[in-house]
Design a protein around this ligand. Structure first.
Ligand code: AMP
Length: 362
């Protein structure tokens, strides 16, 4: 079995790594000369709209997947005429535009924040009038890691947000007073088999994921069931194949959908150590048409992202349970360059790890 991957960043790298023991050969398409997945798989160098490069990828792939949701939709469709593309291109279309995405959630009776499309100043004023403050203004497309968004609490902040963002299609959302952020990782196979991981709890800093823990604590059975029911609806509605992530706001025991990603997700990195089958392995299994593996937890896990500067490796590796994943990227401000996961047996041990990590001050 041969699988092509659009994008050779860390997600492509971890997919290639998970594919190898399954006997699956991988090839990434990436414009960079030496993307970080390249040491683990074949690499075709090209842009994501370069038909020659896409053709070359289709020639060496039984199925194609991708590591980022901003794959040009024409590219996904062009490839899908030649070779199966999973997750299906329509999942990309839904997730690329925040208005389409939230409308889709609502059509499945999955709660979202109140929202309005904003193209003109008149739309903006009307949206603030209707939704009220505080609110969050975001670009409809191509936003990630908190980029292209502004929180608006006052009329002065509304002016600043308009100056910063206008000129692009926008969305205004009501600010959700969440108690915490959670995510669901779910996977669906080509035969419609479905597996859902336990809810993960996420902490963001400056709009970027800092820490994830699994299982999330104090999750009532009803909340886990709610997450699973919603994920099930999304996967079935999209006739989905592969891993899908949904990010939730927990507002006192109820879930509100923030966004979804039709791909493996940063909050699922801890499944490598923390679950019987990682998100990466299950994604490759689904794309390859294989049965899915168990998503059972192996204990309590916590993952920290390494962002920006070179981390203090020696201090980290002195922690005996540290599992370092170094992506091989040059450090740069706000760039994810690696992550570290710890798997322990008890919640108390996990809390001790978090304290120790905070003492290192990464
Ligand atoms: P996003 O790019 O939509 O995932 O937003 C990045 C982060 O901004 C989220 O993880 C939240 O911490 C915060 N955020 C986004 N939208 C809202 C909202 N409507 N209300 C409150 N916080 C939000």
């Amino acid at each position: 079995m041969k699988i092509g991957i659009l994008g050779g960043g860390q997600l492509g790298q971890m997919m290639a790594w998970a594919a190898h023991p399954l006997g699956i050969q991988t090839t990434v398409l990436d414009p960079a000369a030496n993307p970080c997945a390249a040491p683990l798989c074949n690499h075709i160098r090209g842009e994501f709209d370069d038909l020659q490069a896409l053709y070359a990828l289709s020639q060496v792939s039984d199925a194609i997947t991708y590591e980022f949701e901003n794959v040009p939709i024409e590219t996904a469709r062009w490839l899908a005429e030649r070779v199966p593309v999973y997750p299906p291109p329509w999942a990309l279309e839904v997730s690329q535009d925040r208005i389409v995405e939230k409308t889709f959630f609502q059509s499945l009776h999955i709660p979202t924040p109140p929202f309005a499309a904003v193209d003109t100043r008149a739309d903006f004023d009307a949206a603030i009038q209707r939704i009220g403050l505080p609110a969050v203004m975001k670009t409809r497309r191509f936003g990630y890691d908190g980029k292209g968004q502004a929180v608006i609490r006052t009329p002065a902040e509304a002016e600043a947000a308009w100056t910063l963002l206008n000129g692009r299609p926008l969305i205004l959302e009501g600010f959700v007073p969440f108690v915490r952020e959670l995510s669901s990782l779910a996977v669906r196979s080509q035969t419609g088999e479905l597996k859902i991981y336990n809810l993960v709890e996420n902490e963001h800093r400056d709009g970027m994921l800092h820490k994830s823990v699994a299982p999330a604590q104090n999750i009532a059975k009803e909340l886990q069931n709610q997450a699973e029911t919603y994920a099930h609806r999304v996967l079935d509605a999209l006739n989905y194949v592969g891993v899908l992530a949904i990010e939730w706001f927990d507002v006192g025991g109820k879930l509100i959908a923030n966004e979804m990603a039709p791909r493996v997700h940063n909050s699922g990195h801890l499944t490598i150590e923390g679950n019987v089958t990682s998100q990466f392995e299950n994604h490759m299994r689904a794309v390859a048409g294989l049965p899915l593996g168990s998503t059972d937890l192996l204990g309590h896990s916590v993952m920290f992202n390494l962002i920006g500067d070179h981390p203090p490796f020696a201090d980290i590796l002195k922690m005996p349970r540290a599992k370092l994943h170094w992506y091989g990227k040059d450090p740069r401000p706000r760039r994810k360059i690696g992550h570290v996961t710890f798997l322990v047996n008890t919640l108390a041990e996990r809390e001790a790890i978090v304290r120790e990590w905070n003492d290192i001050g990464v």
